[in-house]
Ligand binder design. Structure first.
Ligand code: PMP
Length: 411
């Protein structure tokens, strides 16, 4: 779904399974921005999906203790018993869902959970319904696994959420999965119980369709939003739901590479087959750290949430004050997904026409030295995503520069 990368040079023949898949657009923009920075340009990168907070100290200590204890060998295939237990307890405590230990799996990031699940279940031509805007990796992973991503555009008017009639229409005999992500990367939109209900009712009618939910941003929600997960809301769907989560975002542990999921035993076992031939197990040290993240104190999460909320409010207000841009207030995650429809058709000081959201984000990088990601990378235009997991002062400067760059556009 992304722009093709430069594979295929000088005698190298890539496999057909990656023909339409490129290096993630987000990583490409990050690399370009980083290169500009190295040249001495004052680039502010609002592209990365990574909290700027540090991993909590108790978690770091647990990792050090694991090393000293000699927990430095292969672990159980899809997670240590300690981590599986911590995950099962987390699901029970925070989500009200009961998963037995053989219904829990741990992998090298939630990304690998997705990969294991699709590799283990998708045959050529099987369809996966993905509401857009979506996290770019979803469709690429489905394609690598030989599946067909069925992308359903979700209107801003409906908060970028999938509607039941859209879901009903998209389901075919070939549908294997529906993949929902709440709060969403990139839109920050989240599904309340009332938002989920009609979708779950549709799924109850179609017994061949399984539900994959990505709850990665569960702990980053605002204004009293009540996070819920489908396996808890609809026990009748639990035996065909995979509930994905991880420590990357909530605990600022992106580099530790630990993600986890709960789901029916049959699926969890099939996913372990893929993992056994891919990585053997997740990092032993990362797993020990994740046990502490899940079992340790959780109270710091509220403070981080509050700090993200302040930034969200500031970014949304400043975006909406810019002529040509509009931004809905997201319920969660640390992204804004603003419309740039109002700047399309305008010209840059150099005389170049802004025709697409990618033209606009290129212009912002060149003119304002601010790196953001175009909506096209997430399957919905004309929008652009800002990650506000960045220091407040840097955000203010970036928003000022975006405002100045927009003011320079002429009709
Ligand atoms: N799901 C979503 C929605 C994400 O934004 C990300 C990270 N960008 C992931 C999953 C993957 O997280 P990780 O592999 O670090 O656990």
């Amino acid at each position: 779904m992304n722009a093709r990368s430069d594979i295929g040079e000088a005698g190298f023949r890539p496999a057909s399974r990656i023909a339409s898949v490129g290096v993630s657009k987000i990583l490409q923009i990050g690399a370009r921005a980083a290169a500009m920075k190295r040249e001495g340009l004052p680039v502010i990168i609002l592209g990365a999906g990574e909290p700027d907070f540090d991993t909590p100290d108790n978690v770091k200590q647990a990792a050090k203790a694991a090393i000293d204890r000699g927990d430095t060998k292969y672990t159980g295939l899809d997670g240590t018993p300690e981590l599986k237990k911590a995950v099962a307890e987390k699901f029970r405590r925070e989500n009200g869902v009961d998963y037995a230990l053989d219904e829990v799996t741990v992998a090298t990031g939630a990304k690998q959970i997705l990969f294991n699940a699709f590799m283990a279940t998708i045959d050529a031509g099987d369809e996966v319904i993905i509401p857009t805007p979506y996290w770019t990796s979803y469709s690429d992973i489905v394609e690598i696994c030989g599946g067909v991503p069925v992308l359903i555009p979700c209107d801003e008017e409906n908060g970028f959420r999938l509607r039941a009639d859209q879901l009903e229409q998209a389901i075919t005999a070939k549908t294997r999965w529906v993949l929902l992500n709440s709060p969403s990367n990139p839109s920050g939109a989240a599904y309340s119980e009332a938002d989920y209900r009609p979708l779950l009712d549709v799924l109850l009618k179609h017994r061949h369709v399984w539900l994959m939910v990505d709850d990665m941003y569960e702990h980053i929600v605002y204004d009293g939003f009540r996070f819920v997960t489908p396996a808890a809301l609809e026990p009748r769907l639990k035996d065909r739901t995979l509930t994905i989560n991880g420590v990357s975002k909530a605990y600022a542990m992106t580099g530790w590479r630990i993600g986890y999921a709960g789901g029916p035993k049959t699926l969890i076992k099939a996913m372990a087959v893929i993992q056994s031939q891919a990585t053997s197990c997740p990092s032993s040290i990362g797993q020990a750290a994740a046990v502490e993240a899940l079992n340790g104190p959780q109270d710091f999460l509220t403070g981080r949430q509050e700090s993200f909320r302040k930034r969200r409010d500031m970014v949304v207000a400043r975006l909406n004050a810019i002529d040509g841009l509009t931004c809905r207030t997201p319920e969660g995650a640390f992204y804004t997904f603003a419309s740039c429809a109002g700047v399309l058709g305008k010209r840059t000081p150099a005389g170049k026409a802004i025709e697409t959201d990618a033209d606009f984000t290129d212009y912002l990088l060149e003119q304002a030295h601010v790196a953001v990601v175009p909506g096209s990378a997430f399957g919905l235009s004309p929008y652009f995503r800002i990650s506000y997991a960045t220091g407040e002062q840097e955000l203010i400067t970036a928003l000022q520069r975006i405002a100045e760059a927009c003011a320079k556009l002429t009709a």
